[in-house]
Each structure stands twice: as structure tokens, then as C-alpha cells.
Design a protein around this ligand. Structure first.
Ligand code: FA5
Length: 339
């Protein structure tokens, strides 16, 4: 019994010494747990064969309670020290705050929204269609049957096992969807993502187009040019002119490439416009009667114009970007420059 008392006393003193040195709560807890464990072990050893079991238990519990007190005191000391340190800390309330960085829209979204707003003001509504399209809507109904050579220019991605399902190559299939769903008059603008097997500085395998379609009685080529001129001036400024160059699209007749005055040199001629003063924007034309036949419109009664161009290209011209992949690489340092 005397030796148990000594042992317990030594353990208590060792705990007291250790906890005075401890600098953190974790060490305090560990030292305390080790000490209580050692006290219980000493008690167990003393109990074997002893007759005064009750006294051994009382003595051990007394020391464990004492260890508890030492432990509580050490925790309080650490908490007091931490509070004192906190009070000593001084804060310079005159320092300027750190500005929170605000998110903002991608340049393609900015361009798309501006295009939509300009056309909304002249009575066009926004229509959308699926990016995974049927061959019928993407090609066939646009007067591009399976063997048509114009398909080569829009080589695309086919869906495995479904030769009649493609990632749409242009927004023109939404012309078909819109006309199948409603009767004239039609005035829609169709922004959307499209896909082709292209990949270089000015061609991306995934890009964005906007389509325009206007069908009514008496719509003429002059209306097409007027609408394009209105758009060009609202989007790029009053000095921009529009040139329509004869071209070919299977779903428009006649067809024309749309050129805008070069936004970089104002038409004088520069490297970007290859000294021509004009920049090619997209395609356009009067809706071919063959397309009207596919959607059940009377081509004797109605005429219409359509146009389509790359939104990405528009954003490149507007913001002076010369490399289309920059749009899709997700580098915030690039995106942050446009507001
Ligand atoms: C068409 O896609 C026609 N659907 C446009 C059209 C609509 C004509 C309505 C007549 C009536 P085209 O293949 O030329 O046409 O593409 C139109 C524009 O999309 C191009 O002028 C260019 O601005 C953009 N474009 C085409 N391919 C890519 C590409 N890989 N990456 C980025 N922009 C592209």
C-alpha cells in the first residue's frame, strides 16, 4: 500500500511537471490520459492478492481526481494565454479592404445578347433547336440530299450506330423546325452551338452561329439588305457598310455572302481584310421554294430571306481577337478582359 501511494504520488507530480511545459491542448490531453492509464495499471497490480481492496480503490481514485484538477488547470491556463494573445493583436482599421472579384459574362455571351437585343427591337423573336439533329432537319429539308456536294463543306460528327443523327453543322435546321411549327409571318433569330470537323486559328470544331429567318407575303432581297445594314450599324457603328456577293447555298436562291466593311481599317485595306476593305461575315439569301415545299408553305404566296453567321467571328471582330480557340480554353485571364 505504501509503495502504491508512492507510485501514485510520483505519477501526479510527473503529470503536473509535464502539463506546465505543454504548449497545446493536444499534449495536455495526451499526458493526462497516459497518467490516468498508469494509475489504473498501478492499482490493478496492487489489487492482486491484497486484502485492503477498498482502501486501494479509494487511494487511487483520490489521485485520479487530483490528476483531473491538474488537467483542468492546465487547460484553463492555455485558454487564458490564447485569450491574452488575441487581446494583444492589433488591427489596422485604416487599411483598405480587399475588393471582391466580380464574375462576368463570356465575350461570346456578350456578343450573342447584343445580337439578340438588336433584332428584338425590329420584331424578331428568339427560337432555339437541338444540337443533336436529324439528318432530315440538318440537310435533307434544306435541299441537301444525301449525295449533295454541299454536304462536304459541312462535314460533321455522326452519332454511333445512327447514321441519320448528327451534331448539327449550322443553325439552319431551326428554320425548318420553326416553319413546321407555325404559319407565316415568321420573324426569328436563332442563336446556338454547332459542330464541324474544322480546327485552326479561325475555325473551331465547336462554334456558335446565329440564324435569321423572315417569311411573309412580299418579302424581298431589299428587305434582307436593309435588315443586315441596320444590324451592322447597330453592332459595329455607323460607318459600317454591307456588301452582298453572289454565292451558293442549296437552301437559298439567290444566295449571297455577307461582307461588312472591315472594322479594323474602316474599308481602307489592311492585313486582316487582305487589303480588300471588306470582311466576310456569313451567308444569306432568299428561301428556296424547295425548302418551303418541305415545310408545307405556299411558295406562290410567301417569300422569305434567311441569313447565318458565326457569333464567335462577330465577337472576334468586335473585341479584336485573332485566335478562336482562346474562347474555349477556359483561361480566366483571357475572359477577364471583356466586360
Ligand atoms: C452556313 O452555315 C449557312 N447555314 C449560313 C446561311 C444561313 C446561309 C441562312 C444562307 C441562309 P457557312 O458554312 O458559310 O454557312 O457558315 C456561316 C459562318 O459560320 C461562316 O461565315 C463563319 O462565320 C462561321 N463558321 C463556319 N465554320 C466555322 C468554324 N469551324 N469555326 C468558326 N466559325 C465558323
Amino acid at each position: 500500500m505504501a509503495s502504491l501511494a508512492d507510485q501514485l504520488q510520483q505519477l501526479s507530480s510527473a503529470l503536473e511537471a509535464a502539463l506546465q511545459r505543454d504548449k497545446d491542448e493536444q499534449s495536455v490531453r495526451k499526458h493526462h490520459a497516459d497518467c490516468v492509464g498508469a494509475m489504473r495499471a498501478a492499482q490493478k497490480a496492487a489489487l492482486s492478492g491484497a486484502s485492503d481492496k477498498k482502501a486501494i480503490g479509494q487511494l487511487t481514485n483520490e489521485h485520479i481526481r487530483r490528476a483531473e484538477g491538474i488537467y483542468e488547470a492546465a487547460l484553463k491556463r492555455l485558454a487564458d494565454e490564447a485569450a491574452a494573445r488575441e487581446l494583444e493583436r492589433s488591427v489596422d482599421v485604416t487599411l483598405p479592404g480587399r475588393a471582391r472579384r466580380l464574375g462576368h459574362l463570356h465575350p461570346i455571351t456578350l456578343a450573342r445578347r447584343e445580337i439578340e437585343a438588336i433584332f428584338a427591337q425590329i420584331g424578331f423573336t428568339v427560337a432555339v433547336g437541338p444540337q443533336v439533329e436529324t439528318d432530315f432537319h440538318n440537310f435533307e429539308a434544306l435541299a441537301m440530299p444525301k449525295d449533295h456536294p454541299a454536304r462536304d463543306m459541312q462535314d460533321t460528327f455522326y452519332v454511333d450506330g445512327s447514321p441519320d443523327v448528327v451534331l448539327r453543322t449550322h443553325t439552319s435546321p431551326v428554320q425548318i423546325r420553326t416553319m413546321l411549327a407555325q404559319k407565316p409571318p415568321v420573324r426569328v433569330i436563332v442563336p446556338g452551338t454547332v459542330y464541324r470537323r474544322d480546327d485552326d486559328a479561325t475555325h473551331s470544331p465547336m462554334f456558335n452561329q446565329v440564324e435569321g429567318l423572315c417569311v411573309d407575303e412580299g418579302v424581298t432581297f431589299a428587305d434582307l439588305k436593309g435588315v443586315l445594314l441596320h444590324f451592322a450599324r447597330r453592332f459595329f457603328g455607323d460607318k459600317i457598310g454591307v456588301r452582298l456577293r453572289p454565292s451558293f447555298f442549296p437552301f437559298t436562291e439567290p444566295s449571297a455572302e455577307i461582307d461588312f466593311t472591315c472594322v479594323f481599317c474602316g474599308g481602307k485595306g489592311c492585313r486582316t481584310c487582305k487589303q480588300t476593305g471588306w470582311i466576310e461575315i456569313g451567308g444569306s439569301g432568299m428561301v428556296d421554294p424547295e425548302v418551303f415545299r418541305h415545310v408545307g408553305y405556299d411558295s406562290e404566296k410567301y417569300t422569305g430571306f434567311a441569313f447565318g453567321w458565326g457569333i464567335d467571328r462577330m465577337a472576334m471582330l468586335k473585341y479584336g481577337i485573332d485566335n478562336i480557340p482562346l474562347f474555349f480554353e477556359g483561361d480566366v485571364r483571357f475572359a477577364r478582359q471583356f466586360r
